[in-house]
Ligand binder design. Structure first.
Ligand code: TMP
Length: 208
């Protein structure tokens, strides 16, 4: 199988992933790479429907285990339908979130536990792991300010507030301290400085 490169972006809500993803995509395309940008949950017809259920604030009775299984269902779909074929074609796949989100949000913040989440993550992806993961690290207070600045309506998980986001952040940092693939990017600095950190990590992996 011709192997492409799989890069994922992670962080709490409002950490600035979308901006950085767009900049990274443009940079890689200009360098001649065939780039596919995706997001999780979503990115397929089935996955976007699941995303609608997951983010709908009206679904406030959803239990944590149902939430976990829905994220994994969306992930199984996008992995088989989109990510694996793209990697086989040698593309650079850049994803707005992947299974480390489940580790931080459902495993750590929802307290479903690392073992359950790790097992389901590997089942849903059939053991596919990113080549590198950029964790955009920022405080929940700063992230909230950014989200409010954008004036968007908050979704079901954002509505859980800064204490939930603090637990998510803690989960991410714990993961980064034990998994070499996960690189912590200081996302409190300027857009350009954040992008420079990201490019450095990607250049450790491919020639750009
Ligand atoms: P986003 O596309 O705006 O980042 O929204 C996705 C939301 O879903 C965000 O609050 C993070 C959350 N999420 C999880 O809780 N677990 C997951 O596995 C994934 C992929 C996302």
């Amino acid at each position: 199988m011709t192997k492409g490169i799989f890069i994922t972006f992670e962080g709490i809500d409002g950490c600035g992933k979308s901006t950085q993803l767009a900049m990274t995509k443009e940079w890689l395309i200009n360098a001649g790479y065939d780039v596919l940008q995706i997001r999780e949950p979503g990115g397929t017809v089935v996955g976007e429907k699941i995303r609608g259920i997951l983010l709908d604030k009206k679904n406030d009775s959803m239990v944590s285990l149902a939430e976990l299984l829905l994220y994994e269902a969306a992930r199984a779909q996008i992995t088989e339908e989109v990510i694996k074929p793209a990697l086989e074609q040698g593309k650079v796949v850049i994803s707005d979130r992947f299974f480390d989100s489940t580790y931080a949000y459902q495993g750590h913040a929802r307290e479903l536990g690392d073992d359950l989440v790790n097992s389901l993550n590997l089942i849903a992806t059939n053991n596919l792991e990113p080549d590198v993961t950029l964790l955009l690290d920022i405080t929940p207070e700063e992230a909230l300010k950014r989200r409010q600045g954008r004036g968007e309506a908050e979704d079901r998980l954002e509505a859980l507030g800064t204490s939930f986001q603090a637990k998510v952040r803690e989960g991410y940092l714990q993961l980064a301290s034990s998994v070499d693939r996960v690189k912590v990017v200081d996302a409190s600095c300027s857009i350009e400085d954040i992008q420079a950190q990201i490019r450095n990590y990607i250049q450790d992996l491919i020639k750009v």
